[in-house]
Design a protein. Sequence first.
Length: 409
Amino acid sequence: MTSPRTFLLLQGVCSPFFFRLGQALRSRGHRVFKINFTGGDWLYWFGQPAWSYRGSRKDLGPYLADQYRRYAITDQILFGDCRPIHRPAIELALACGVRTHVIEEGYFRPYWVTLERNGVNGYSSLPKDPDWYREVGKQVPEYRQGRSFSHSFNIRAFHDVLYHLAGFYNPLFFPGYRTHAPVNAAVEYLGYIRRLPTLRWHRKKDDQLLADILRQGTPYYLLPLQLSSDAQIREHSRFANMAGVMEHVLASFAAHAPGGTALVIKNHPLDAGLDNYPRMIRRLEQRHDLKGRIHYMETGNLGELLRHASGTVTVNSTVGLVALARSCPTMALSNPIYNIPGLTYQGPLDAFWREGEKPSGRLFRFFRNTVIHTTQVNGGLYSRDGIGMLVANCLPLLEAEHSPLEEIG
């Protein structure tokens, strides 16, 4: 057992995970404090004592510094390092000698969750040196898919709706809070209500489209769309949204891809349908004279698409990791953790269409094992058994003086 520490929990995920984590830390002799920023935070803290921050973002730094000092905070835990309330908290903690533990959706889903110190994704401390992974990869265990647990979209959706319903009272009880999301939750829900019932029809149509492409023997590249609202697009790429990504990729495809090849564009499974992608794509087809070469899928079997694709173009989606695992040539348009020589294509997009090469299977195995060993925790954020597993597996990492990545050096 390590010496008792004092943990401060900031904004968490839309689930009981932070509550159960706080309980577990207390049971191990640590002091735990919580700051609620929204009605959803308050709801999912289940009536336990907590501070409520009602001020503005500009006053948050002095408030946090005072709490750090007054209560001798040693560690803070937060979900998502790109939220406006979390960026200044991370920078302040570094200056004050407070450890920051960032939790985020896993790099290797669905049975892993990311836990890193100070930052994840674009702010991750993971190196980009392939030789480092080749060396470290020989020392770490071989990881499989992780222990499984129940998980479903319905459980996640239930927690999300409940969290945002509680946010209805934010103007009254948390007047200084401004959401990090660019789209109002109610607008997103209306989009889902309209889109979800159509997916069964789209799935049949998309499966038939892929079967037709394979039967005709048409070589194709895959462009998996991300959510325009995702921090990975807004904070860690040069694109404002998916419209800009498609404009960039289709212009390059039209000018440089081999004749007779096609581009399959697959929508994100959690897209709310607020943007009319088919209309955007038709306009781009006409602008770049690509009629008949662009295929849009609302759903689509990702595994089958990657298995037959000549290459995958992504900004920084975790689909890139799935593509690498399936030995599919991959181009990253920003700088995700897997944008490493030997894994992704390092030249310009214009050349990728003809020069993209398969990733090194050996390097990817070393990379995957190392990333899981240093940053991934087996468990889930939403279901009861997934949360229980995640809490138990997080505790030794939160209590450790040095993170697994720091231990490896």
